[in-house]
Design a protein around this ligand. Sequence first.
Ligand code: PLP
Ligand code: COI
Length: 364
Amino acid sequence: MPLTTVRTPHPSPLAVDEREVILAAPGFGQHMTDHMLTMEWSQESGWSDASLQPYGPIQLDPAASVLHYAQEIFEGLKAYRHEDGSVWTFRPEKNAERLNASARRMVLPELPAEDFVESLRVLVEADEAWVPAFGDGEKSLYLRPFMFGSAAFLGLRPSTRVRYSVIASPAESIFVGGPKPITLWISEGYARAGAGGTGAAKCGGNYASALAGQIEGSANGCDQAVFLDSATHTKVDELGGMNVFFVMRDGTLVTPELTGTILPGITRMSVLELAHEFGLRPVERAVPIQEWRDGVVSSEVLEVFACGTAAIITPIGELRWAGGSAPSTAGEFGGEVTRGMRERLLSMQQGRSEDTYGWMTRLV
Ligand code: PLP
Ligand code: COI
C-alpha cells in the first residue's frame, strides 16, 4: 500500500502573475515550484513520514554522510499537460526501476515503484499550476526525485538514515534556442566512469566527475563533451547527461552497448523500440570513436544525435578533439531521422499523437 502523505500547503505560494512571467521563459532548472515532497528512511523503521510541504532549504547535520561520501542518487522525468488539461508523464515505472538499480549500487534503500509514482503525483497535483500549458512549445514541468544519506557519522559505512525528496522546475529546451545541432568535444583525458564503477547508476558523483571534461569542451568552443571508455579511450560511451545514437547508411540505428559504464537512458530504450517505425534496425554494440570520425566523412554515418529526458532528441553537429575535428552531418536542424524521432517522442509525450505503446501515465 502506498505511503500516506501529510500535506502542508504553502501559506504564500508565488503570485500568479510572477509565476506566469517564469512560465513564459522558464529556461532549465532555474525556478522551483512552491512545494517539495520528502520521505524519511531509517534502518529500524524503513520508509515513513511522507510529507508535502513548502519548498525551502533543508536542515542537514554537517556530518551527514552525503556531504562527505556522496551517497546520493537522483532521477529526472517530465510532466506534460495534454489538450484536455490532464497532466501526464513518460514511463515513470522505468525511472522507478532505475532509481532502485542506482540505490542497490550506492547501498541506499529501494523505494517501492508505487511510492515513487505516488510521490510524483502528489507533488504535481499540488503544483499543477506550474505545469506549462498545452501547445506552449516544448515546455514541461521537470521532476527531480533524489535520495541521499543523511545520518551524522564520519565513519565509512552506508548511511543508517536516508531522505528521499522530489522537487519540480518548469523547463523548456535544455539548450538555449531549441534543437539546433550541438558541437561535441571528445574528452580524451577525463573519463566519466570506469569498469566496476558507478557509471550505470544515476548518482551525483558521476556528474561531478564529468564536469572537468565539460569545462574543457567549453574552453574549446563546444557545447558538450563526449566520454570514451576509460580502459582503452577508443570507444564511445555517452555524454555527461545524454546517450548517443548513430543513423548508419546500412539501415542500422546504433548506440553504444550497456557495459556498466553507461547510464541506461529511458529515452535510449524508447528510441531503440521506435527504430522499426523509421525502417531502421536497432543495434547495441561497441562504437569505436574512429568509426564516428571516419564515418561522417565517408557517409557511413548519416546522422548522430543525443537523447535524454532534458535533451529529448538533440542533433549532434561537429566533433572536435585536441588537434582535429570531424564535420557535421546535421545541417541546420538535424537530419531526417533525428527530427522524426524527436517529433515522434515529443508528440506522444505532449498527447498530440496516440500512445500506441502504453508509455504514458496520468498524474493529474
Ligand atoms: N546519460 C546520462 C549520464 C544522463 O544523465 C541521462 C539523463 O537522465 C541520460 C543518459 C538519459 O537518460 P534518460 O533518457 O532516462 O533521461
Ligand atoms: C536528465 O535528462 O534528466 C538529466 O539528468 C540531465 C541533467 C543532468 C541535466
